[in-house]
Design a protein around this ligand. Structure first.
Ligand SMILES: Nc1nc2c(c(=O)[nH]1)N[C@H]1C(S)=C(S)[C@@H](COP(=O)(O)O)O[C@H]1N2
Ligand SMILES: [Mo]
Length: 472
């Protein structure tokens, strides 16, 4: 190890930083090979959190409808988008007694078709709003959307395969491939939820074949649960006695079982796998930074959702949360879909105002004033807020896109950092973070475990450089 590193260091010095380690080079090659052939057209207003693997956020003001159009729907992919030939593709289902069924897309389309409107939210939606901050895609408010999904009931397939109805887990395996040592995306869901009549495998989204970035040709829809349960590019379902193993079950997508202090470390056995998302709302109109004249009538609109529960009430405050008034709920509804809300507001005298929304569900859960901090930044659900200006000359900040520099800044360690990191992901994944030194170190350690080739000396330089440019 150390000999290899000292050789590489010497080489790097000799060619004035233009050298590239052999393993980094091969990862760069495999990256372009894996990523090749899946060109994705992106709506110009979506915020790029990472271009490849692809993470796109929807600006909140574009979520101002019950159904989110496909080209505006957020995208969250941990790995490179796989290119799948539907003619060759099959889904296999393996039952614990050894029974196994295998189906083509046409076979699936001959099963009874179900269609339902379901909201899907990434567990990390709102992560960028937690303090202290943590590593991860820096979602603000728009890693959420609602679509009309069509496909088959998962229960129909499980029944065909003779799967047991209780006590087991269904592991969802998918066609996206690990990058270097970055773990495979593998998740499982308890069989009881899989037999729920609303849980489905979808091959259509809003009347179109599933778009490639949303899981073509087939994905899971697990209504009410956080997005990571909705595995895309499905290839294989295994009914097994235990939860699936691996990073995306054992480390990611876990939430503390007790209230923790901001910044506190929490051990694995004090966390459980995330399931339902919680009560939350989003103001979709007006947008942040809008300007009105005193006396103007403004319709405040938005969406509220409650995971597996139902939205019972949405309230609006325009005086920094001192008083709240009921909004009217929209008529469009479906069991696991968000509800629209609206409220008429008469813009008062000149000034800067914050329009806030706060939802309550049918189990009396209400959005908390202070969201529960947790180590990975999941389930942020404080009341939403949109600052607007009334009258001329009042500042009206708009922070939806919260500028992410696209490239690493100049600095002594920039090239080492590029070589160590950019084989597996783009620079924006780094430049959007704002972390303490300890968290930058922890991120580096994780990346080394995942196959980044860095010596201890390089690691120190990289952490110094990252902390200098992207401190909390
Ligand atoms: N195979 C696979 N499925 C996946 C993911 C992934 O990286 N790979 N990301 C998950 C996460 S974290 C979320 S939030 C949703 C996002 O779905 P979308 O990209 O269609 O919005 O897909 C889930 N399914
Ligand atoms: Mo997610």
């Amino acid at each position: 190890m150390s000999q290899q590193h000292s050789t590489r260091r010497a080489f790097v010095h000799r060619v004035a930083g233009l050298a590239i380690g052999a393993s980094a080079a091969s990862r760069l090659l495999s990256r372009s090979a894996l990523a090749a052939g899946v060109p994705i057209r992106k709506h110009p207003e979506l915020i790029v959190r990472s271009p490849d693997p692809l993470d796109l956020e929807t600006p909140a003001h574009l979520l101002d409808s019950w159904i989110t159009p496909n080209d505006l729907f957020y995208v969250r992919s941990h790995l490179f988008t796989p290119k799948i030939d539907a003619a060759q593709w099959r889904l296999t289902v393996e039952a614990p007694d050894g029974r196994r069924i295998s189906m083509s897309l046409d076979d699936l389309k001959r099963l009874p078709r179900v269609e339902q409107v379901v909201t899907m939210e990434c567990a990390g939606n709102g992560r960028a709003l937690f303090r202290p901050r943590m590593a991860g895609a820096q979602w603000l408010r728009g890693a959420v959307g609602t679509a009309r999904w069509a496909g088959v009931r998962l229960a129909d397939l499980l029944e065909k395969a003779g799967a047991p109805r209780t006590g087991f887990h269904v592991a969802f395996d998918a066609a996206d491939q690990p990058i270097g040592n970055v773990p495979d995306f593998l998740r499982s869901v308890p069989v009881e939820k899989c037999f729920h009549p609303a849980t489905m495998l979808a091959y259509e989204m809003n009347g179109e074949p599933l778009p490639v970035q949303h899981g073509y040709p087939l994905r899971a829809i697990v209504p009410g649960w956080e997005g990571a349960a909705c595995v895309k590019w499905l290839t294989r379902l295994v009914v097994q006695q235990r939860e699936a193993e691996g990073f995306f079950m054992n480390t990611a997508y876990r939430y503390p079982t007790r209230p923790v202090a901001p910044g506190e470390a929490v051990s694995r056995d004090e966390m459980r796998v995330l399931t339902s998302v919680t009560i939350k709302s989003l103001v979709t109109h007006p947008r942040r930074g809008a300007r009105f004249q005193p006396g103007a009538t403004v319709e405040i609109r938005g969406n509220a959702w409650a995971g597996e529960a139902e939205v019972a009430r949405v309230q609006i405050s325009t005086d920094l949360g001192r008083t709240w008034a009921d909004a009217e709920l929209g008529r469009e509804r479906a069991p696991f879909a968000w509800r629209r809300f609206r409220f008429r507001w008469k813009a008062p005298e000149r000034g800067s105002y914050v329009l806030m929304s706060r939802a309550t569900d049918n189990q009396s859960q209400i959005q908390p004033v202070i969201p529960q901090w947790n180590p990975s930044g999941y389930l942020f659900n404080a009341p939403d807020q949109v600052r607007v200006a009334v009258g001329e000359g009042v500042p009206a900040p708009s922070d939806d896109a919260e500028g992410t520099p696209p490239a690493l800044p100049a600095g002594a360690a920039r090239e080492i950092t590029e070589k160590a990191c950019l084989g597996c992901h783009d620079a924006t994944l780094i430049t959007q973070q704002r972390l303490s030194r300890a968290r930058w170190e922890a991120e580096m350690d994780k990346m080394v475990r995942w196959g980044a080739s860095v010596s201890d000396q390089d690691k120190k330089w990289i952490v110094d450089y990252l902390f200098a440019h992207f401190p909390e």
